[in-house]
Design a binder for this molecule. Structure first.
Ligand SMILES: Cc1ncc(COP(=O)(O)O)c(C=O)c1O
Length: 410
């Protein structure tokens, strides 16, 4: 196969990209020329960003930045190898201990990202002949991990425990020896809805050997007492075998981790997770930033409280404009648009009105269910929240969004 054959394979997809570029509504990979708290500099103007997952606004907290700088000075900017060999700073051990205690587990294992945690951990837990029962809307990194494991992927209807029960029962008839693991997210990343963890855990009444793996990327720092996550919110931490978290949201850094009470399985994971063993260790700055952010979350509950206050009021205001915010009950507010083109037009107009909110389109959401994902963070002032809401009121008017459905430009 020559490079021209390869190029021909790429062209059908890129024609979609070119169409959006030629109409000047292409919303992705926008160069960010500066960042100032919740504001980003794009094409020379400051805009309010509701696109980031930095839910508590800690990536601009001077204490977090100072910790990262200090750690770089002390430990260097890179480790030159994986944790397995030469990168396992003692900072790792300290951070893993604190993370485990925070989420209510005995031990934790830090990976380079949340993606790499899911990709590395799932194939350690399962193999060919096992069953992985997954909510249909789980994150791409979970699906990659499931694919790499070789286990049979059994998807169940989103947030539907009875669908999960039925799918599990059928899979077990075919594979009675297979170890079953259920994977779901605590707070779903696009729609902001919560998994019904108690209902899902009740599946154990019929299948006592069912293991649970919770991707709580968007729940940690946001849900439950002290931001301890979705399992803590429902009071079911003990029943969850593995909790996965990331530093790239509330913890204001980059990195990911798996926490569990089972020291044997976790020790095995440490020696078998390919994304951990064959990839460089996170530098000290990332670890120190996450550690400081965690300390702030634990010591200053006002950040989580403010996030909830702002988000709840904003969700009500958006609904008051007639906008469809789906079933979200968390700080992730999806404004449902439908057509990809309309979502791109709405995002362009929001940008012009000073709000940065790129649309979520397929495959992040189902085909023709594009949405604008709105995520405020605790660092927004009341006046900034008002500016975002006014921009949404204006785009709703321009595009006829609301209870009567999209207008002529759809
Ligand atoms: C639900 C979920 N899991 C995992 C990840 C991956 O996390 P990271 O950004 O740390 O790679 C994300 C990030 O978008 C996510 O939303």
């Amino acid at each position: 196969m020559s490079i021209s054959t390869l190029r021909e394979r790429c062209l059908p997809y890129l024609s979609f990209v070119d169409q959006y570029r030629s109409q000047e509504i292409y919303p992705y990979f926008r160069p960010i020329e500066g960042v100032r708290g919740p504001e980003v500099l794009i094409q020379g103007s400051w805009r309010l960003s509701v696109a980031s997952n930095d839910y508590l606004g800690l990536s601009h907290d001077p204490r977090v930045a100072e910790s990262a700088v200090q750690a770089s000075r002390q430990w260097g900017t890179g480790l030159g190898g994986s944790r397995f060999l030469c990168g396992n700073l003692s900072l790792y051990q300290e951070l893993e201990g604190r993370l485990a205690a925070w989420v209510g587990k005995k031990t934790a294992l830090v990976h380079a990202t949340g993606f790499s945690a899911n990709l590395g951990a799932i194939p350690v837990l399962l193999g060919r002949g096992d069953i992985v029962l997954c909510d249909r809307r789980v994150h791409a990194s979970v699906l990659e991990g499931c694919g790499a494991s070789g286990a049979r992927l059994v998807p169940f209807a989103h947030n539907d425990a009875s669908s999960a029960a039925g799918r599990l029962a059928r899979a077990r008839q075919k594979m009675p020896q297979g170890l079953p693991l259920l994977i779901t997210e605590g707070v779903f990343s696009m729609d902001g809805d919560l998994a019904p963890l108690p209902d899902l855990l009740a599946l154990r009444e019929r299948a006592p050997d069912l293991l649970f793996y919770l991707d709580d990327a968007h729940g940690l720092g946001v849900m439950g007492p002290g931001g301890r996550g979705s399992a803590a919110h429902f009071g079911v931490t003990e029943g969850i075998d593995f909790i996965m978290g990331t530093f790239s949201k509330s913890l204001a850094s980059v990195g990911g981790f798996i926490a569990s009470d089972d020291l044997t399985v976790m020790d095995f994971m440490r020696h078998q997770s390919r994304s951990l063993m064959f990839s460089a260790a996170l530098p000290a700055a990332n670890l120190a930033a996450a550690m400081k952010a965690l300390e702030i979350i634990q010591g200053e509950p006002q950040h989580v409280e403010r996030l909830w206050r702002i988000s709840t009021q904003a969700r009500q205001a958006l609904q008051g404009m007639g906008l469809d915010t789906g079933g979200s009950s968390t700080p992730i507010i999806p404004v449902k648009i439908g057509s990809t083109m309309l979502a791109a037009l709405v995002a362009r107009d929001l940008l012009e009105l000073g709000v940065f909110a790129p649309p979520a389109i397929f495959p992040a959401v189902a085909q023709n269910q594009a949405l604008i994902r709105v995520a405020f963070n605790s660092a927004f002032s009341d006046e900034q929240v008002e500016r975002v809401l006014s921009a949404f009121a204006e785009v709703a008017r321009r595009h006829g969004l609301g209870q009567d459905g999209p207008g002529p430009q759809a």
